[in-house]
Design a protein around this ligand. Structure first.
Ligand code: C2O
Ligand code: CU
Length: 651
């Protein structure tokens, strides 16, 4: 319902632009030339504008159940527009049977001219507000009224303006309107050559923070953790290098890999291990980093180019050290040009097993990474398989599947054939997960879900929107055994409640609200659909400022028609409620929370990991178009810079 209303409204707003411009053109013609044909045209165009405005008001009202954040900002623009257009239409444009021009009365100048100009302007402003934001709306309003004034003056001022002068005025007007529209659309169009995360705007979320900005605090490079000395329990080397990958479909992919394979080597460690990973860059001409997605590492180890380190240049290396404190399923990926590099294959799984997990057991424990290769016409794979994989699994075995979605869009995973439990979300165990007959899960971009089942004596099928894995005792079964589609898992209602260190009733130190909108315009000089936070794009989104120990509440309001998997680095968020309804199942901890179209999520987290942390959409194309902000601790600074003039492009 939300999607339908949202996009219908966007289309009406878009269509209204040429119609309003045409209506303005017709109105501009002087009374003498406005014959029957002119007035018929006028009626048609204003009729369309009236219908459009009425529909947009209905759309706004239909969004009331989603909350005032959805309906309110639309109503502010469309309700007055409807009033103005309806008045002009009723008084001046509406046909009157029997009158010569078909009109109620002859248009009176200049009053009617101005009324019509205001109506046309209101429609354009309301469209601009929806499509390009309030800044663009204000510019459009000024532009239209200015144009109307100039036009009236040159056209009907009584002075006999020459033909040449009128043509020149028309040209100037057109240029002015075009310039205004372009200026409006290109807000935040050009990124600075370099910028520092600690130099921009900040939001302190209603808390206090006297003089937090410049009291020369610690650099992110000093935040290496207090428990990372000593001999590492596990050492790995990951070498970023190009490789030609063969998909099972026969397609070849020119991939960027770690150690020549994609997904990269699976890193398996135990809780409590000191882990050391050496990153070596053998990519041609591009930098690379490693980010430990979902692991709350010390800030200096977070691997964000231009924020916590410089991108590792070709031929260079960087050593990451952190202690694996959280059991669960995580993944790693490059955080330099991540929208390109993750897509091309620079990622892998990181699994932290419990300290006491047996070294050898007959159990099956498998990571299942879903990835879409865009270069190969958007082929979805599990690993490098586009089709069906078969696994021979004896009946009675315990099977754990660790699902990872490396894409930006949500992927639907379906498991049928055995009773199943969803035992972990984003690495955190679900409390008392109930047994389900089968399960369908919407795994958001960057998110992880762990499933367990006991292998029955019949096939079990895992599907991921196309590619599939079939587990069967003889290893030969096909994927056709699926049966009816199981119910969709709702993580907000699954499992049972348990104690949490804080909750909806806790005292909150800082509160932030991030409203996401969908805007047509330019980003960094390119035309782009931008998804903005409170009408801003990176680097203009204020940094969320916190102090150590704060309980921080963030509300994500998704007013756009796309999913936005919101990923906060370095912290885990407890979901408090969705669309105003509190969660009622197991505590739901997320590091990457998929916020669907029309949804509102309220989350809370403890600010217990000082640093400068990205908070961004893990649809990495959205991030590359500005869907990035940062969480900053008071007094922490970074010596690194991002931008065209630097080697660092974290997005
Ligand atoms: Cu998985 Cu900021 O990244
Ligand atoms: Cu997004």
């Amino acid at each position: 319902m939300f999607l339908w209303v949202h996009y219908t409204d966007m289309v009406i707003a878009l269509l209204a632009v040429p119609i309003a411009v045409a209506a303005g053109w017709v109105v501009m013609r002087p009374p003498a030339s406005a014959g029957t044909k002119g007035s018929r045209m006028r009626r048609l165009l204003f009729g369309l504008l009236l219908g459009g405005a009425a529909l947009r008001v209905v759309a706004a009202l239909l969004l009331l159940p989603n909350g005032w954040d959805f309906a309110g900002p639309r109503l502010v623009f469309v309700a007055p527009t409807l009033a103005v257009v309806a008045t002009v239409h009723a008084v001046w444009v509406r046909p009157m049977p029997g009158s010569p021009g078909g009109e109620r009365r002859a248009a009176r100048w200049p009053g009617d001219y101005w009324a019509a100009a205001v109506a046309v302007g209101a429609v354009l402003v309301a469209s601009a507000a929806q499509l390009a934001g309030t800044g663009a709306a204000a510019l459009t309003g000024v532009g239209v009224l200015g144009a109307a004034a100039v036009w009236r003056r040159t056209r009907w001022s009584g002075r006999s303006a020459g033909r040449w002068w009128r043509t020149a005025a028309k040209g100037a007007l057109g240029a002015a309107v075009a310039a205004a529209v372009l200026a409006a659309l290109s807000t935040a169009s050009q990124l600075p050559a370099s910028s520092s995360m600690t130099g921009g705007p900040a939001d302190i979320g209603g808390g206090s923070m006297a003089g937090h900005r410049h009291h020369g605090g610690a650099s992110v490079t000093t935040l290496t953790g207090t428990d990372t000395d000593g001999v590492p329990a596990r050492r790995f080397t990951l070498t970023a290098q190009p490789a030609r990958i063969r998909l099972d479909s026969g397609q070849q992919v020119e991939a960027w890999t770690f150690n020549g394979v994609t997904p990269g080597p699976q890193l398996r460690v135990r809780q409590g291990d000191l882990v050391e990973v050496t990153l070596v860059n053998r990519l041609p001409g591009v930098g690379v980093t490693l980010h430990w997605h979902g692991v709350d590492v010390p800030n200096a180890m977070d691997g964000v180019a231009g924020v916590t380190q410089d991108a590792v240049p070709p031929g260079g290396r960087f050593v990451y050290r952190f202690r694996a404190k959280q059991v669960g399923t995580y993944w790693y990926h490059s955080h330099e040009m991540s929208s390109v590099q993750v897509r091309r294959g620079l990622f892998g799984a990181l699994v932290v097993l419990p300290a006491n997990a047996p070294e050898q057991s007959g159990d099956v424990d498998e990571t299942v990474l879903r990835h879409t290769w865009v270069d190969e016409d958007g082929v979805a794979t599990l690993g490098v398989t586009t089709g069906v994989q078969r696994r021979q699994t004896p009946a009675g075995r315990q099977v754990r599947l660790r699902l990872v979605n490396t894409d930006g869009n949500p992927a639907t995973f379906t498991l049928t054939g055995a009773p199943v439990r969803v035992v972990a979300i984003d690495g955190t165990d679900v409390h008392e997960p109930g047994l389900l007959k089968g399960v369908r899960i919407l795994v958001g971009g960057g998110a992880r879900y762990d499933l367990t089942f006991t292998m029955p004596d019949q096939p079990v099928v895992l599907r991921a929107d196309g590619p599939a894995i079939v587990y069967s005792p003889d290893g030969n079964a096909g994927p056709d055994h699926a049966g009816p589609a199981p119910a969709l898992l709702d993580p907000a209602r699954y499992g049972t409640p348990a104690a949490t260190p804080f909750g909806a009733a806790s005292h909150v130190d800082r509160r932030f609200t991030l409203r996401v909108d969908e805007r047509l315009g330019f980003y960094d000089g390119r035309p782009a659909v931008r998804y903005t936070f409170n009408n801003r794009s990176f680097p203009d989104v204020p940094m969320l400022m916190v102090s150590p120990g704060d309980l921080v509440e963030v509300t994500y309001v998704n007013r756009s028609g796309q999913h936005h998997p919101m990923h906060l680095h370095g912290h885990h968020m407890l979901v408090l409620n969705r669309d105003g309804r509190p969660t009622s199942g197991s505590p739901w901890w997320a590091d990457t929370l998929d916020v669907g179209p029309g949804e509102t999520y309220r989350v809370a987290f403890r600010a217990d990991n000082p640093g400068i942390w990205m908070d961004h959409c893990h649809n990495l194309e959205h991030a590359a178009n500005g869907m990035i902000l940062h969480l900053g601790y008071s007094g922490i600074t970074t010596p690194f810079q991002t931008g065209h003039g630097t080697a660092n492009h974290p997005e």
